[in-house]
Design a binder for this molecule. Structure first.
Ligand code: GAP
Length: 453
């Protein structure tokens, strides 16, 4: 059973060093969080798993790491300047601001008043000034999605890799949105990370590819510990589709605060490449786009048979890293009552996501022979390059086991006096709490088996 409440997760994250409120010593900054020593490992492992599945395991996807600062023209032609808004209302009584679509019974969420202003569009993009002169024209945006930088690099990637459609460009990175009401821990924040794939296909083959990617993404989430039956598929109604979308499927997950979007998989048609193209009139663009006299590139591919230039359609699986971390923490959190009546909290993370892969524990804190031997084992296991291995020298085995259960370490390796004699160690399994005696030489294989399934 997942965590019972968001508070349990927030408390674990703070106590054990997964996630902290940013700038807490100055009262924080609303909607912004920092990942601590364990959080950074968990987040990196999740991103690595996505990159492996989306790029390394395939030959039809290339990677990209583009800039966050974005030319305003990109976000003009992408439609974000005009339409990337949420409806904002003010409460005339308590003066709080909130999203009109978050209201319950048309009442203020803070004081219950019904005296609210008419909703007006509020653009979510962060602007910043570029260069030493802060005039009206010298601004750029912090990207609100990583996707646009993929579209503007389309020609660079095609020219440098000779890829032909169907193929994709994958990117992981920060995105920024000035959310009116950031809330629910790391679920809705102003600075977050996205894992986005823009997969370019031939018009007419788009709907089949859309179905394909929905299935791929469900399988990937299951491998991260969010099983298919934990995800509800929402076919976004026509009237709620983003301006670029012909069809969007949202993967909805039951977060501690409710059923909400974990990932969106959109059919963006030829909207984006068409919008950013020069000589649009020569291309059969189906989407409704702004006329573009600023772009110097044709973002199209030539059909081998007809030799006609065609703007590919785009299928976009777009997942939030932070929402992924939250879902995975929630799924893996277990508060168990043991046979002896005691409680233990366990994070039953998939081992490839665990921040620490193994803890090496000397049985005696102050015995230099045992401690040195343990350090050597840690060092050797670390060299495998399979993730972080720690030396846990507290002198209290029970306490060390409890700590590593709670942070999701799949195995603990205890070094005792027999180890010095027969080169065997005790390996304790997080999930079963079972212990077995194994040779030091078999630890490499044991850890590899845990991680490479
Ligand atoms: N490029 C398409 C796009 O950005 P989106 O549905 O607005 O689509 C994609 O965002 C994903 O990014 C969402 O499914 C969610 O996981 C994540 N996301 C969006 N806004 C977020 C926010 N304010 N805080 C955390 N994650 C967010």
């Amino acid at each position: 059973m997942p965590a019972q409440s968001m508070e349990q997760l927030v408390s674990l994250c703070k106590r054990r060093g997964f996630i902290f409120q940013t700038n807490e010593i100055y009262g924080g900054l609303q909607g912004v969080y920092d990942y601590g020593p364990l959080g950074v490992e968990l987040k990196e492992n999740l991103k690595k798993s996505w990159w492996t599945a989306m790029v390394y395991s395939r030959d039809d996807v290339e990677g990209l790491d583009a800039s966050i600062l974005t030319n305003k023209k990109v976000l003009r032609y992408s439609g974000h300047e005009d339409t990337f808004t949420d409806p904002l209302v003010d409460c005339k009584d308590c003066k709080n601001r909130m999203r009109a679509d978050h209201l319950k019974d048309s009442k203020c969420l803070h004081c219950g008043s019904t005296k609210l202003t008419e909703p007006r569009p509020f653009n979510l993009m962060f602007k910043t000034n570029i260069g030493p002169v802060a005039d009206d024209e010298s601004y750029a945006y912090l990207r609100p999605e990583t996707a646009q930088q993929i579209f503007t690099n389309f020609k660079n990637v095609v020219d440098s890799t000779s890829k032909s459609i169907p193929f994709g460009i994958a990117q992981i990175g920060k995105a920024f949105r000035n959310e009116i009401t950031p809330r629910n821990f790391i679920f809705r924040v102003r600075e977050f990370e996205q894992m986005e794939l823009e997969f370019f296909v031939k018009k007419g083959e788009d709907e089949d590819w859309h179905k394909y990617w929905i299935e791929e993404r469900l399988n990937w989430w299951a491998e991260q510990g969010v099983e298919k039956d934990k995800i509800e598929i929402l076919n976004v109604p026509q009237e709620e589709l983003s301006h670029y979308s012909k069809a969007t499927i949202d993967l909805m997950y039951e977060f501690p605060h409710g059923l909400e979007e974990l990932e969106g998989i959109a059919n963006r048609t030829d909207f984006d490449l068409g919008s950013h193209s020069k000589n649009q009139e020569d291309l059969d663009i189906t989407a409704s786009i702004l006329e573009n006299k600023d772009s110097n590139a044709r973002l199209a591919v030539q059909d081998i048979d007809s030799k006609k230039w065609e703007v590919p359609y785009v299928i976009e699986p777009s997942a939030g890293v932070d929402r992924g971390v939250l879902a995975i923490l929630n799924e893996s959190y277990k508060d168990e009552t043991l046979e002896n009546g005691k409680n233990r909290v366990v994070l039953a993370l998939k081992p490839h996501l665990s921040p620490i892969k193994a803890a090496v524990i000397p049985i005696k804190k102050n015995d230099s022979t045992i401690v040195e031997f343990s350090k050597k084992i840690k060092k050797d296991l670390q060299k495998l390059g399979l993730g972080r291995i720690v030396l846990e020298n507290t002198g209290n085995i029970g306490k060390s086991y409890r700590k590593h259960d709670e942070i999701g370490t799949p195995i603990c390796i205890t070094i005792d006096f027999d180890t010095l004699e027969d080169r065997t160690v005790t390996v304790r399994d997080r999930d079963t709490m079972g212990q077995k005696r194994v040779k030091i030489e078999s630890l490499d294989g044991l850890i590899k088996n845990l991680l490479v399934k």
